[in-house]
Design a protein around this ligand. Structure first.
Ligand code: 5GP
Ligand code: ZN
Length: 145
């Protein structure tokens, strides 16, 4: 078990980890807990949550992040999924409702907007010099993180 695990008494996902709120558990490790989403976008929609209370991805220690994706892979493989989305929302306007990091595994069984994730993708067409300037700025920032 990770030594720095945080928990928040008012958090529904912390309560699920503790067993105070029931859930349909799938895979559990020292770092993660996964279960069926109660409001699925499609059959088999699952959630993977770290056993550490952090609201957003950048607040979560790396060992929890490293543990989560192999579980996503396992859940996808167990269902034989060929088409699916892994989704992780941060912040209200980015569709985050529960402020405890979670990864969605969302099967996309058909092209229908009725099942699975429906994605809007408003791609822009930036000028190359804009991209170049942004790239330089980001590389500089990344070197400081
Ligand atoms: P978000 O929009 O924050 O990325 O997604 C939160 C997800 O948590 C939603 O898909 C919602 O259905 C799910 N959820 C919220 N409360 C519960 C709960 O008590 N149990 C389960 N199993 N899922 C929950
Ligand atoms: Zn929590």
């Amino acid at each position: 078990m990770a030594s720095v695990a945080r928990s928040l008494t008012s958090c529904i996902f912390c309560k699920i980890i503790k067993g105070d709120i029931p859930s349909f558990k799938l895979v559990e490790t020292d770092f993660s807990y996964s279960f069926l989403d109660i409001g699925p976008l499609s059959k088999g929609h699952a959630l993977i949550i770290p056993k550490d209370h952090a609201a957003k991805l950048h607040e979560l220690p790396d060992e929890y992040l490293a543990d989560a994706m192999p579980i996503a892979k396992k859940i996808a493989a167990a269902q034989g999924l060929e088409n699916y989305n892994i989704l992780q929302n941060n912040g209200r306007i980015a569709h985050q409702e529960v402020d405890h990091v979670h990864f969605h595994v969302i099967p996309k069984p058909s092209a229908s907007d009725e099942e699975g994730l429906v994605v809007g993708w408003p791609a822009k067409k930036p000028a190359m010099d804009e991209l170049k300037a942004l790239h330089q700025e980001l590389v500089d920032r990344l070197n400081k993180v």
